[in-house]
Write a protein that binds this ligand. Structure first.
Ligand code: ADP
Ligand code: MG
Length: 246
């Protein structure tokens, strides 16, 4: 479904993706596991083709086509969707309207009310609410997940789908992901949490802009734990933890 070869991207003259290879098979939930700052969101934006994220080298293949030079609109039309770590806002639309737009043209996706229920938003209270500043970050994020469910894209890139959502457990969120997967969506689940990686079918480990290991989730999680402790790219929380152990 997705094949990335030798992806290299600099931002502000700094290499962020350093020759990244990644393969996501059709039908799977594939976790991309990596510590903070390793380039996970950057990869998501680059695959989606957002402005400012044009790779200097490497190719991206999606559903058999080379999409490296395609626009974000073309990628979306081919069936590629990104749910953001920081959700975008669509001010002014009601949630019902927003989900109806997302659901257009798809036969296999759940009904709008079911999409809302699956993300823990009672349809009766939410369908007619407007997307505006009165929604909390977590509610926005759940509406966005509902939109991905409604859309049933070929491939959904979910960037830290649990971030900002404190009312749904990891298992609840996994259930939403499994539901979209059953409806035919391949999922690239971006996370720094090993519990998410364990719940995926396959996983890849990202470190400093490169995939260092891919395979069975357990193996990848073990590699992540062992590797990240010795890695030069340890993030601040990890550094603090290491200091405490001394
Ligand atoms: P992650 O999502 O894995 O936490 P990001 O992809 O957000 O990581 O960031 C990876 C690295 O790239 C970080 O060191 C970050 O500071 C840097 N970075 C992100 N966006 C930009 C940008 N627009 N310009 C320069 N550096 C950036
Ligand atoms: Mg990120």
């Amino acid at each position: 479904m997705l094949r990335i070869e030798g992806l290299f991207l600099e931002l502000d003259g700094r290499p962020i993706l350093g020759g990244l290879d990644l393969e996501v098979a059709a039908g799977e939930i594939h976790a991309l596991l990596g510590a903070n700052g390793t380039g996970k969101s950057t990869l998501a934006y680059t695959v989606m083709g957002l402005a400012g994220y044009r790779p200097q080298r490497g190719r991206i293949y999606f559903a058999g086509q080379d999409i490296t030079d395609r626009s974000v609109t073309e990628r979306a039309r081919l069936g590629l969707t990104l749910a953001w770590q920081q959700p975008a806002s669509f001010e002014g639309l009601t949630i019902k309207e927003y989900l109806e737009i997302a659901r257009q043209g798809e036969g296999t996706s759940p009904a709008i009310a079911e999409c809302l229920e699956l993300v823990g938003l009672p349809p009766a209270s939410y369908l007619h609410r407007t997307l505006n500043e009165h929604l909390s970050g977590g509610e926005r994020k759940r509406v966005e997940l509902a939109a991905v469910l409604a859309m049933a894209p070929k491939l959904a890139i979910l960037d830290e789908p649990d971030s900002g959502i404190d009312v749904l457990s990891l298992e609840d969120i996994m259930e939403v992901i499994r539901r979209m997967n059953r409806a035919g969506t391949t999922v690239l689940l971006i996370t720094h949490r090993e519990e998410f990686a364990r719940a995926a079918h396959r996983a890849s480990h990202l470190c400093a802009g490169r995939v260092l290991k891919a395979g069975e989730p357990e193996e990848v999680v073990r590699f992540y734990k062992e590797n990240c402790k010795r890695c030069d790219h340890v993030n601040e929380p990890e550094l603090e933890r290491l200091e405490e152990q001394r």
